[in-house]
Every structure is written in structure tokens, then in C-alpha cells.
Ligand binder design. Structure first.
Ligand SMILES: [Zn+2]
Ligand SMILES: [Zn+2]
Length: 246
């Protein structure tokens, strides 16, 4: 004996198909698993976006007070045109990005990718190409996926622009970025990325093009800047770095 909602569920399913069914009975929030939502529920989104605050107009760093000049931008010359993150890399967002990247919860690529795509839609209208920050070959083998590439797919689909997942390559091991000073990180990342060249692969020609660079997180901006430099060596006129966490 079926309950009335179950009967409705079945009838609706036969009548309108799966996607509309998801709207009627959305799955559980991928963050908390408690409330129904396509992606993240309102409570989780509120928590993620609760501490946005003012940002640096150039590197996108979240600042403590509006109008304050960004220290990083005064000290560093970044190769990207600008960088932007969807929200602060802390608390719930940090936990979600770690579940995605280190815990292998690949299904989180969709809601997290949507956050990156929202930023890209705002900041990169009319851009020509989307490129993810590459992983080292070893990390790709152990992890099985490049988190930046999965996020970049969402961005490329939203912008309706081609994705170039193999445009860049990571040249050598970065070392322990986390234990380096800011200047050390910048120097360590410099020259770490290059256009991927192989026997049968020629890097794309980005002459005069505007390129969206995608990563899961931007912290110091060293990695994004090094990738932007490599994209500029392919002719890119403008490179905007987009991340979920900033
Ligand atoms: Zn939730
Ligand atoms: Zn800045």
C-alpha cells in the first residue's frame, strides 16, 4: 500500500521525468545531509557566505576593513589581471573543499563548481577559454582526479567556452608550500608551470585571447600568478584567476 506522497511521487515521475522530480523532491544537502536541496541547502550557503566582507579589487583577498590597501598587492606583482574567490577559505567551505579534494567526494564538484561558475559569470563575461591549474603527474595518479579541472568544467559549461585541461603542465614538485613564507612561496612557484609540449601535443595558441584560470583555492596567489605567466607566454592578453575559496 502506497502513501499519498509516494503515489504522487510515482505519478509525477512517470509524467514529468527525473529532472522535474528532483525539483519536487530534491535530494539531501551535499554539505550537511539534513535538509533537502539541489546542491547545498540555504543554511549551509548562509554559513559559507556569511563572512564575505570587502575584497581587494585586484587580487580578490578578503580584507578586514573596507578601503584598506591590500598588502599582498603592494609587495607583489601578480601575472594575473585579477583574482576572485567565491567565499572565504575557512570554516564550512574549507571543510567542504577538503572533503572534495582529499576525501575524494567527487560529487561535491557540482555545487562547488557552481560557486566558481557564478564568480566567472560575473567577472569573465565574453572570455575565450577556460584552463584549470594542473596537478603534478604523481598527485594525479594517487588522487585519481584534478579537482581544479572538475571545477573548471562547470565554469566552461556556464560560460559556453572551451575547456583546455591540458594547456599547462606542472614542472617540478612544489616542495612544502605550506611552511614557506610569502616571499618563499612566490619564489617557489615561479617557473613551476609551463605550456604542455609533447611529441604529439602542441599547446593552444592564446594570442590576444582572454583566459579564465580555475583553481579550488587561492591563498597567496603564487600558484595562480605562476600559471597566469605561463598562459601569457602562450599569448593570453588577459588572465583572470577564479577559485571557490579565497
Ligand atoms: Zn546543508
Ligand atoms: Zn590585493
Amino acid at each position: 500500500m502506497l502513501t499519498a506522497p509516494a503515489r504522487f511521487f510515482l505519478a509525477a515521475g512517470r509524467a514529468v521525468g527525473d529532472s522535474a522530480l528532483e525539483l519536487l523532491y530534491p535530494p539531501l544537502c551535499m554539505s550537511c545531509g539534513k535538509r533537502r536541496a539541489a546542491g547545498f541547502c540555504d543554511a549551509c550557503l548562509l554559513e559559507i557566505f556569511s563572512s564575505l566582507g570587502p575584497t581587494c579589487g585586484h587580487c580578490g583577498r578578503f580584507l578586514h576593513s573596507p578601503g584598506a590597501a591590500c598588502k599582498d598587492c603592494r609587495q607583489t606583482e601578480f601575472a594575473f589581471t585579477k583574482a576572485r574567490g567565491a567565499a572565504r577559505y575557512k570554516g564550512l567551505l574549507r571543510a567542504l573543499l577538503r572533503r572534495f579534494k582529499l576525501g575524494g567526494e567527487i560529487h561535491l564538484a557540482r555545487p562547488l563548481g557552481a560557486m566558481a561558475a557564478d564568480v566567472a559569470e560575473r567577472e569573465c563575461a565574453g572570455f575565450d577559454a577556460v584552463v584549470p591549474v594542473p596537478l603534478s603527474r604523481r598527485k594525479l595518479l594517487t588522487r585519481g582526479f584534478n579537482q581544479a579541472e572538475l571545477l573548471a568544467e562547470s565554469v566552461a559549461v556556464r560560460l559556453g567556452r572551451p575547456l583546455f585541461p591540458k594547456a599547462l603542465t606542472r614542472l617540478r614538485k612544489a616542495g612544502k608550500q605550506a611552511f614557506l613564507t610569502r616571499a618563499g612561496r612566490m619564489a617557489n612557484a615561479e617557473g613551476l608551470f609551463a605550456p604542455r609540449r609533447g611529441l604529439f601535443a602542441r599547446p593552444p595558441d592564446f594570442s590576444g585571447k582572454r583566459v579564465v584560470l580555475v583553481d579550488d583555492v587561492i591563498t597567496t596567489g603564487a600558484t595562480a600568478s605562476a600559471c597566469a605567466a605561463a598562459l601569457r607566454s602562450l599569448g593570453a592578453r588577459e588572465v583572470v584567476a577564479i577559485a571557490v575559496g579565497r
